[in-house]
Design a protein around this ligand. Sequence first.
Ligand code: 5AD
Ligand code: SF4
Length: 478
Amino acid sequence: MSGQPHRYARVWIMELKKIHLKSFGCQMNKLDSSLVTAALAERGFVLTDKATEADVVLINTCSVREHAEQRVLSHLGHLSHLKKSRPNVLVAVIGCMAQRMGEHLLAHEAVDIVAGPGQLHDVPDLIEQALTNRQKHLRVLDNIRQPAESETIRTLSDRLDKFELAYDSDADPIKSQAFIRAMRGCNNFCSYCIVPYVRGPEVSRSPQAIVEQTKKLADRGIRQITLLGQSINAYRYTAGQKTYTLADLLELVSAIDGVRWVRFITSHPGRFDPSILQVMAALPKVCPYLHIPAQSGSDRILKAMHRGYTAAGYLDLIEQAKATVPELALAGDFIVGFPGETEADFEATEAMIRRVRYKNCFVFKYSPRPGTHADKKLADDIPADVKQQRNARLLEVINAIAEEDNRAFLGRTLEVLVEGPSKKPHLNKAEHQDNPQLIGRTANDYIVVFNGPQSLTGQFATVRVTKTAALTLFAELT
Ligand code: 5AD
Ligand code: SF4
């Protein structure tokens, strides 16, 4: 009998399948990846950071720009190579590109499974089936732009919601932070954007589900919740007589014991209800941070982008936000080189950045996305080098503003949530282990670097700013 436990132990170890995850794209994708890996972990899979020793390689893809897709395709090229020496490796491609390119991706020699964002809940079963039957599997939605009330979308949303509740959210208990989906999909149809075609119609999750998830996470020590939605101010959920808005949801989530900070991303400037600003100002747990992309400062371009607001309308909203919410930090996205963008249009964008003074501002070069309105109707006529120059010019303006505005923090005392030791190894060698360089973030998302014990990770700390730079505030513990 003495050999028996060993034999079982051996069988058990052999049965553990190793999964390697590569996730491209936005926070929403990261959340999807973490749900699938949590579901697979429950079925006995373990994560490995080496593709070369994995049984399953899971790639979560992004379609927002061509460059993101090219990175995935080149990754698949490496995997074709890997499969030559390890033919049993199973490759599953999920996410936005899977929905967009379905059959085409399945035809790739490296790929075994293709599943869209709406089939997330099926992925663990598909992987187990494919490991047994070694067949290719495709699971994407044929007609993704059905009304949210349609039978297909409703059934799918229910399944996704159950999956979401069962496997929780993208929670990092060490950092005490978690992301929770508030809504799926998008109905805006900005003319350049692929999202509505790959993530389907807007569907808001019930406030009960979100509250239940938040409570569970808060009980496990999560202190910061970030609510996610492609256009989160469009959140609407009707239960009986009441329609819940984002402002209501923020109130509900911030009322939960244990939760200290609540964030939400990303806001669309069209139909942005002032009640959101009022809640932000009134509730101390709702962080004064608004990611509200303008995309362009030119009315002509905004119209061609189908954004539904003018530059003046956007600036009025920003003024109102700044006046309502003390310490508000703003983040934005801009696209340069949209079809027909003249130097004057570009200068209007630059002027808008100077007016708003963003804390974070992301700049993207226009990339035509197949099937979108802009791709079908407008020529991609701005040369690559002009896009590049405009990109660089905006970054210069953005950095100069950030550097200037950050100087105002010198000497100030701030509260931060500590994310952990800095990733820069030269600063965190063995000799600094008692007092490594730590990274923290303020409620309005300023990154603060300071030395302190590693045990502060996931805790709130008070620091005093001693030096400032464009991207970072340097501080000491008080
Ligand atoms: N080309 C370039 N940038 C894009 N974005 C979305 N679609 C495109 C595109 N086709 C940018 C927008 C958006 C961010 C996530 O990506 O700025 O806010
Ligand atoms: Fe996220 Fe949009 Fe990329 Fe999909 S296409 S991963 S929704 S950024």
